[in-house]
Ligand binder design. Structure first.
Ligand code: C2E
Ligand code: MG
Ligand code: MG
Length: 376
């Protein structure tokens, strides 16, 4: 959930931005965007008027929002009164900057962040500043090893830190909502790059781009996908979109509508990290998906743990009976690949065949590798 700080005090919002990085702020109730966001009311002590009344106003306007109130010292109200007025949680607002950051991080349920503070500080606007890159990891035919496509994986070329991996910044970008702009950039860049390779006469492989659950909020991913395809002049059937089962934790009906629209555009859809998330399989019947991607965790244990091979077998059978492709990712050894072939997996992605490659290394890779007949 992407949080919004609500405070009438611009200096306080500025101070919070300085310690927190790219958190959205609003000065008034009217500036809040969607109905179910997490709203954090800051500085209820210094505001003139009754803090409980402000909580009531926000609650009336945003019945579905999660409301956290940060109560400053000297407030005329009490935690009990604020909860009574509709706040879900009430925390004290400390004056010291470091404590302020910890408290607000907790209030916003931002992931605790052990990495370099510059990652959090500089994340806002990263797509607009041109610091994001895509690396392309080949997906190959399990039987023949011939290339079928790529997955586009985001990297951040930080001016001081160098290449930062998505494991470090995607969770933060999801917590702050920044991922929506970054994801739209990834769609545009992947489509542009693949169209540029087409123009060079390289084999016409498909490209898979990851979508965050946050991109399914509001108007959903369709406009960004359409814009990316149109500006590159790329046919929709060359684009695959990967999303995870966690998407179903949100408004399932809206998600299914968006997926159907993406399918109607002609893109392929796959479920990433399959088997690690939402446990109900019933949603699969309603998802217009083309492929399941088996998570690396199961592949890792495949050759030493009978449970892992039982799970992979079950996913393959499930995929085949629903006429879905099955892709295994994180394949590092020939033994794992041999096992997966026997189990009937269609495509393999992993260091065994190739690491994710910077775009400029892709033409060389394609010149050395067999190309699947499914590419044109
Ligand atoms: P993912 O989509 O499941 O991508 C697969 C990850 O496994 C990638 O990590 C890839 O480099 C790694 N991998 C592939 N084969 C092997 C292998 O044989 N061994 C090992 N050890 N690792 C392997 P990466 O690039 O660090 O990306 C991590 C995650 O970040 C991705 O997992 C995806 O969830 C997220 N991500 C990356 N790019 C984007 C993006 O553009 N948008 C969104 N929303 N998420 C992204
Ligand atoms: Mg993926
Ligand atoms: Mg995955």
């Amino acid at each position: 959930m992407s949080p919004v700080l609500l405070s009438a005090d611009p200096d306080l919002l500025e101070a919070l931005r300085a310690v927190l990085g790219p958190v959205r702020c609003a000065a008034a109730l009217g500036q809040l965007a969607c109905a179910d966001e997490q709203v954090v009311l800051v500085d209820l002590g210094l505001r003139t008027g009754d803090p409980a009344e402000l909580v009531r106003e926000v609650r009336r306007a945003r019945p579905g929002a999660s409301l956290v109130a940060l109560l400053g010292e000297g407030s005329s109200s009490t935690p009990a009164a604020l909860r009574e007025a509709g706040a879900d949680r009430v925390l004290g607002l400390p004056l010291h900057a470091a404590l302020l950051r910890d408290t607000v991080t907790e209030a916003l349920e931002l992931p605790t962040f052990e990495g370099d503070p510059r990652i959090l500080r500089d994340l806002a606007g990263v797509a607009e500043r041109g610091e994001l890159r895509l690396h392309y990891q080949p997906r190959v035919d399990a039987e023949s090893g011939a290339a079928r496509g790529f997955e586009a994986l985001m990297r951040w070329e930080h001016p001081e830190l160098g290449l930062v991996s998505p494991g470090l910044f995607i969770p933060l970008a999801e917590a702050t909502g920044e991922i929506v702009a970054m994801g739209a950039w990834a769609l545009r860049e992947a489509c542009r790059q693949v169209a540029a390779w087409d123009a060079l006469g390289l084999p016409r492989l498909h490209v898979a781009v990851n979508l965050s659950p946050l991109q399914f909020r509001g108007e959903g991913p369709v406009p960004a996908v359409e814009a990316a395809l149109a500006s590159a002049g790329l046919p929709a059937d060359r684009l695959e979109l990967e999303f995870t089962e966690s998407l179903m934790a949100h408004d399932a009906n809206a998600v299914i509508r968006h997926l159907q629209s993406l399918k109607a555009l002609g893109t392929r859809l796959s479920i990433d990290d399959f088997g690690t998330g939402y446990s109900s399989l019933s949603y699969l019947r309603h998802f217009p998906v083309d492929a399941l991607k088996i998570d690396k965790a199961f592949v890792d244990d495949l050759t030493r743990d009978t449970h892992a091979s039982a799970i992979v077998t079950a996913v393959v059978v499930l995929g085949q009976s629903l006429s879905l492709g099955v892709v295994a990712e994180g394949v590092e050894t020939e033994r794992q690949a041999a096992f997966l072939r026997v189990l009937g997996v269609d495509e393999i992605q992993g260091y065994l065949y190739s690491r994710p490659l910077p775009a400029e290394e892709v033409p060389g890779y394609l010149s050395r590798t067999p190309i699947s007949a499914s590419a044109s």
